[in-house]
Write a protein that binds this ligand. Structure first.
Ligand code: ZN
Length: 151
């Protein structure tokens, strides 16, 4: 990854970490889940409104490091309006990106703006911060009410 690209990715992460989008509660969520990353102390609650298999609205609340907040913020922007199964496909792609790195199986074009998360892969200790929201999303869609832990 070039330095310019790395800088750009960091800027986006810092921006979303400081000013997370869709950071509020939903009025009548149909699905929700909580996630914890004990390694870093990140915690979040994800709420979504699923209507006929489409994620019509999604929001989160919680506290954590910039990467956890940014990843959750980017997640909400990415999956809003998606069908449930598309969101799960995206989960699989993001998970692969974060665990295999940008030169892995996943074409970065398939990730859209989420490609900025590729920068996190270079910091193995932060990977769980970035995957937390995604595991929580999968759990919420599955209707699983057990809090998600990355450990
Ligand atoms: Zn963290």
């Amino acid at each position: 990854m070039s330095d310019a690209l790395r800088e750009l990715y960091q800027e986006v992460i810092v921006d979303h970490g400081k000013r997370p989008r869709n950071f509020h509660r939903l009025e009548a969520p149909s699905h929700s889940a909580e996630g914890f990353n004990p390694l870093c102390g990140d915690q979040l609650r994800l709420e979504l409104k699923l209507v006929d298999g489409v994620i019509e609205d999604i929001a989160f609340q919680g506290q954590g490091c910039a990467i956890a907040q940014a990843s959750a913020s980017l997640l909400t922007l990415a999956v809003k309006g998606m069908r449930q199964e598309q969101a799960l496909e995206l989960f699989a792609r993001v998970h692969a990106l974060l665990t295999e790195g940008p030169s892995g199986q996943v074409p970065t074009e398939a990730l859209g703006k989420l490609v900025v998360l590729a920068g996190v892969w270079e910091f193995p200790l932060r990977v769980k911060c970035a995957t937390l929201a995604w595991h929580t999303l999968r759990s919420a869609l599955a209707g699983d009410t057990t809090p998600v832990s990355t450990e």
